[in-house]
Design a protein around this ligand. Sequence first.
Ligand code: HAX
Length: 443
Amino acid sequence: MPDTDILKERFAKKALPMALEIKELIKEHGDHVLGTYTLEQVYAGMKGMIGMVTETSKLDPEEGIRFRGYSIPELTVKLPKAKGGNEPLPEGIFYLMLIGELPTEEDVIYVSNAWARRSNVPKHVFDMLDALPLSTHPMTQFSAAVLALQTESLFAAAYRKGMSKKDYWDAMYEDVMNLIARLPRIAAYIYRRVYKKGEHIEPDSKLDWAANFAHMLGYDNFDFKRLMRLYLTIHADHEGGNVSAHTTHLVGSALSDSYYSFAAGMCGLAGPLHGLANQEVVRWILDLKEHFGGVPTKLQIEEYVKKTLSEGKVVPGYGHAVLRKTDPRYTAQQEFAMKYMPEDENFKIVQMVYEVVPPILSSIGKIKNPWPNVDAHSGVLLIHYGMVEYDFYTVLFGVSRSLGVLSSMLWDRALGSPLERPGSVTTEWIKKKIKADANLSNG
Ligand code: HAX
């Protein structure tokens, strides 16, 4: 490690004064009421309740995600890009989320080099992966590999030795940077192990994080690298309440290190209502094509959507717990496809599905958001470049999601965030409370 780490210094300069500011804020305004919530919200997964603070990004139901105030269209212009590319470098969005300011080109090079230097994965992680059956789902392998890497946690080692609370963020910084640096190698290892006869590709430390990942996966053409840069940028964060971010935050609140916390978050991302939806979308499209013996018409898609719903299944890639409009991450991918693969057969199907699905979902009445989310589009872009193994797609999402949830985790430690422990009640308690409140208002 170099003696001075400018990223670490800049982070400390931002985060440590803010920890004091928050203490003051709580002292002065601690009784300020932020909102009220209803019985329905308690039963419906706490949606819409403000219950946590996440500094890295904020989701607006109508407009979509903003990272430190910047929307995706703004970031595609403002974040530094690779030479000859139009897509932002994921190093840049990480810097933005961590420091709260747009990075310069030098800043992203600094992050890129730091990750390249920290990227060595110990052999026991590969040995553990090699012991698993090849049929093990890639997300299971990914989470297990992150847990196996926990042997390297500097935070856990320092805590065991006896570390002052004020030093938590410092050890956490090292873990966060090391873990992010190692994830592409682990993910690529899983991909090559399962789908490419275990023929592994050594990293190329001269490449940026996303391009090196593409290289290790076995996709060295420039267009796939472009796609990886975009993909790893737009999947990085979606404020704090989504399952993968919230799980990472919750587990971290027990002072579990970043390896434990991120592995737990990835187990959440592996659910079909969350990140696994990206593989489910492709499965659904391929089944649709098989069902009609080729590219379907709009009428046939309509029939297939109704069949899916009548079988009591969800239409994957549509709906959202917070968003009430088309996801700007979907739009960013749609624009990418229009530019680089306008004639792609699967892209054309995705476009037709976009026309057909929202009116049908709207007509049901109970679905709050009939519009597509990020997962409705990503798979067909990957297939276009030859990555057809859709069981692997959620791992790509996971690699990207590390940037948001781990920078948030670092902020949590720097701000001294406490153990998270919300209250819970029984239905019996709720019934009694309703009765008691009614008696009170009846006088
Ligand atoms: N197809 C069919 N039914 C749907 C639906 C869809 N795409 N979206 C919502 N519904 C149903 C719900 O299952 C629920 O039905 P019940 O009342 O019978 O339980 C009802 O509509 C109300 O749901 P909601 O309030 O609109 O949505 P939720 O906030 O409960 O759930 C989900 C949000 C994303 C889980 C949901 O829209 C869904 O299951 N979508 C399909 C799966 C998907 O694409 N997930 C990825 C989401 C984005 C993400 O996290 N990416 O990682």
